[in-house]
Write a protein that binds this ligand. Structure first.
Ligand code: ZN
Length: 389
């Protein structure tokens, strides 16, 4: 095969190109995917797309080095969170350099990592890799690690399964081997409407929703006492009611109330146990009273999204590799979520390590330090050395 010679960009130049695509999660990401695909192709690297069911978005997966299973995948997401309601000093989709910082939506979370990986491609290509390096870029991460799932489902089928995965979410290039997992539910309470002067004829949906919410608070305090892990901040699973809607007017017993809640589960906590406890409470402590007045009364509890918590094995090969490549000797646990648990549950052990500080993610005037990009480039160069050996 003839050696392709594509354009050589610095990681900062690539970051500027990537930031210029508005890839807010509700937008199509096909523009950025086409740009990346074309860039890779110019370096002689063929990639595959895994499209969303409506065809508006796509993941991209590629392998540099020997074909087949094994190797290390570098995983990142192309989408960013909205800028709505935020006050930016300059256009969020035009990268701006000032005082050693690079400002732009997604600079830290996580186009900085994508840019570093793409900038390292010519170096990966130049080497005779003994171990493959895969690139796995997804979409819709910011709305619950949605887009990476169809790509993970193709591992071992359409796409070669990596032996290890490095997720480049911003960790300031520290090695993160555990994170919490957000799981979300929607609860609908159906009572019976009545004139509020004749309240006994109705079933107040808001009152029963309040009972359920109080039970959610008790579940949290029980977990706070019984299931702690001091590596995390806060060191227990948190439960939050995030949205409530209910009622019609001030003189009507409300017929319906719905609310959403989430748990940020620690590794080892089965979210199904929380759902089971709430269901039991609804069946034992709410529904009998409700149905005595209104047989049509109902409580439905529906899980809407789940990102599994992540905890690497003590003997994890990829954690050891990340520590070696970063020259560190300790790992960290974080409270935000990534696709690491999804890869791990699918048989590809993962670790989280990427440039930038999570404190800047999702903020107005989001930025990444140029030194972080440089650290990540060093990391990728050492990964290349390791994969060549
Ligand atoms: Zn992210």
């Amino acid at each position: 095969m003839s050696e392709a010679r594509g354009p050589i960009y610095t990681p900062v130049e690539l970051l500027a190109r990537l930031v210029a695509f508005d890839t807010t999660s509700h937008c199509s990401n096909l523009g950025i995917i086409a740009f990346i695909e074309d860039y890779l192709l110019q370096h002689g690297v063929l990639s595959r797309r895994v499209a969303s069911s409506d065809g508006q978005k796509s993941s991209l997966y590629t392998t540099i080095g020997p074909e087949g299973e094994g190797g290390v995948a570098l995983s990142g997401h192309t989408d960013v969170v909205p800028v709505d309601g935020q006050t930016w000093t300059s256009d969020p989709f035009t990268l701006r350099a000032a005082g050693g910082r690079l400002y732009g939506r997604g600079s830290a979370d996580m186009k900085g990592f994508l840019a570093a990986v793409l900038a390292a491609v010519p170096d990966f290509k130049r080497r005779r890799l003994a171990t493959p390096i895969h690139i796995a870029f997804s979409y819709d991460e910011e709305i619950g690690c949605v887009g990476v799932r169809p790509m993970i489902a193709e591992l071992g089928k359409l796409l070669p399964r990596p032996r290890m995965v490095i997720v480049g979410e911003p960790t300031s290039m520290q090695v993160v081997d555990a994170h919490k997992g957000p799981v979300r539910w929607q609860v609908e309470v159906k009572g019976r409407a009545a004139h509020s002067s004749m309240a006994t004829l109705g079933v107040n949906a808001i009152t029963y929703a309040a009972r359920l919410i109080a039970e959610i608070e008790r579940i949290e305090s029980d977990l706070k006492r019984t299931a702690r892990d001091e590596r995390f901040d806060p060191p227990y699973a948190t439960l939050q009611v995030t949205k409530v809607e209910g009622g019609t007017a001030s003189n009507i017993v409300p017929v319906s109330c719905s609310f959403g809640f989430e748990v940020r589960a620690l590794p080892g906590l089965d979210p199904a146990s929380i759902e089971a406890r709430l269901r039991h409470f609804a069946e034992a402590r709410c529904l009998p009273e409700m149905s005595a007045v209104a047989p049509e009364a109902d409580i439905s509890i529906r899980r809407t999204n789940a990102v599994p918590p992540f905890g690497a094995d003590r003997t994890s090969e990829v954690v050891a590799l990340a520590l070696k490549l970063t020259g560190q000797n300790e790992t960290h646990a974080v409270s935000y979520a990534t696709e690491a648990g999804l890869f791990q549950d699918a048989g590809s052990p993962a670790v989280v390590c990427g440039p930038g500080d999570i404190a800047q993610a999702h903020t107005a005037d989001e930025w990444i330090a140029e030194t972080e990009i440089a650290k990540c480039m060093g990391f990728l160069e050492r990964l290349g050395n390791w994969a060549e050996a």
